[in-house]
Design a protein around this ligand. Structure first.
Ligand code: ZN
Length: 168
């Protein structure tokens, strides 16, 4: 059984090493599908079973989406852009890695896994899948096992990611 919830937000970013136009600050209307998979563990009084209430997924994801919405995402090493954003007092979301679609999908999956593994496991969810659209026609997808996050603190996961200079 798979349950999915869609999210959307607007944000700006740049990839300073990019040879094409992605090196310039520009914006995207991000779309994301968060899918959780597993076997329902509880029966509802009406007899039909439910994997997990959509509100649980929303609670895990929405705060992060709100932090990113209308922000400029900037990699921690991009000090030039960080300074410029501070000068104009712009909403800023600092990442340890480049803000590629691949890294953002992993960032959300890791956030859901670390913040939500207890709730997910309780409901029989074993897999998290995040599809993140940077444009209408391009998306990155990541699949993670909930068990990977058991006993892992958020701070440990954040440092795992490494920059992947791929298409943006
Ligand atoms: Zn871009």
């Amino acid at each position: 059984m798979t349950v999915a919830k869609r999210f959307r937000w607007e944000a700006a970013h740049r990839l300073p090493w990019h040879e094409g136009d992605c090196r310039f600050v520009h914006g995207h209307s991000y779309r994301m599908m968060v899918e959780v998979e597993g076997e329902p563990t509880e029966d509802t009084p009406g007899g039909s079973s439910m994997l997990i209430d959509f509100k649980h997924v929303k609670r895990m994801v929405k705060p992060l989406v709100e932090e990113m919405d209308h922000a400029t995402m900037v990699a921690d090493y991009d000090t030039e852009l960080k300074e410029a954003l501070a000068t104009i007092n712009s909403k800023t979301y600092v990442l340890d890695v480049d803000s590629t679609a691949e890294n953002l999908a992993a960032h959300f999956a890791d956030h859901i896994g670390t913040e939500g593994h207890e709730v997910l496991e309780k409901h029989g969810v074993d897999t998290i899948r995040v599809k993140l659209w940077e444009t209408e026609t391009c998306y990155a997808e990541i699949k993670k096992s909930v068990s990977e996050y058991v006993g892992v603190e958020e701070s440990e996961v954040e440092t795992h990611s490494t920059p992947t200079p791929v298409s943006a």
